[in-house]
Ligand binder design. Sequence first.
Ligand code: EPZ
Length: 449
Amino acid sequence: MEKIVIHGQKRLTGEIEIHGSKNSALPILAAAALANGVSEIHNCPRLSDVDAALRILEHLGCRVRREGHTVSVDSTGLHDFAVPDRLMREMRSSVVFLGAILGRTRRARLCTPGGCEIGLRPIDLHLLAMEQLGAELREEGGQLEFSAPGGLTGARITLSFPSVGATENVLLAAATAKGRTVLHNAAREPEIGDLADFLNGCGARIYGAGDSTIVIDGVAQLHGASHTVIPDRIAASTYLLAGAVTQGRICVKEVVPAHLGALVPVLREMGCTLSVSGRWVCLSAPPRLHRVKMTRTMPYPGFPTDVQAPLSAALTVAEGTSVVVENIFESRYKHASELLRFGAKIHVEGRMEVIEGVDRLLGAQVVAPDLRGGFALLLAGLAAHGETVVRGVEHIDRGYESPELLLGSLGADVQRICEDEERTAKTEPADTEKPDPGPQAAGERQQDR
Ligand code: EPZ
């Protein structure tokens, strides 16, 4: 297992490049299975969730090759419509493969993805939309079996909630359905627009993505395409908060400033100065952050739920009391109990989190409860006096590329340590006690390292 060790109170300065969006890459990789051909996906982040999506594509019969941040997917050999439980359970957002597989093969079989650390994560809106497009659904023992022998047919669909995933599944399934689909109350997140851009590059006819009404005119088949994934606005927001919580001066580059819309006024209320130039957003933090009276998470363009935990961490050292209301997920405050270990003063009442700013946090041993809550603990460690150890790093690796390298490049004292190796090193006798094995073996030993 790995842990990240931080010695806090280092002011972050400098600039970092933000990786491609996890929440855009995942539906686009699913769309590559819908298209019949070779797709080149550039700026595809190196994340464990993306690796899980690539394993699903390979299981379905696609040929997948990664070179750096470019992933190529050849879906001409796609021969399966079932995603095995083991792959579905690796990443619950695998449900986004539903629309792609159904649209491509007219069948789909997957297990209900189940909940996760932040909530039950129901998929009723996905299922209803697929049935409205003409798919027959049979549910048995947690298995979902879809079939549309005559193909899917365009429909008028209104989502009762602007679900990101359900919107993506409708775009994927309707892209090759017969006739027109009109989707009302669609999610407006930038990742929806990025998916639509990729699909239109594959020959789809999707209009209005990014608005709450999207029109999809089905086409017979999609071909592969080349696409560059948009920057990860959640990662960009998280790193800006790392600068804010360390009195830093940092720039995040290769971002789309407009995608950070709702965060900017919050950072300003915290006393940060922000400047935007092209694809750069720079932040200069005050000596002490100010509290933020009230932050409510909302669907885009409201304040993103994925930034709620990192914001909460930064507010633990702000001057004054802040209130955060989590309106999207029902159980997204697991980071709060870990933040208390640093000496933070947080009270959670239902969907409301009340954070009374303290003068200082003290380093602590903590465990990441989920992806964004895990990074929140890193932020607290950056602000804390002394040493912080964060375990459960695998949660953080789902959505952030090499966080210790990026934070380190900004001046943080941060290390990723493999605990097994650390234990082995401690139990192995010191070199001086071992007989000299000779140059060759020493060379080998060097290679092992
Ligand atoms: C996407 O999840 C993101 N994941 C989430 O990011 C993000 O927090 C969320 O959108 C909201 O922005 C990916 O894109 C892979 P939803 P998704 O469907 O699609 C309820 C991260 O940290 N709902 O918009 O699952 C649901 O329970 C992750 O990167 C239903 O009730 O989000 C939730 O309360 C976490 N029925 C709300 O809607 C449904 O059928 C929002 O869910 C679907 C959703």
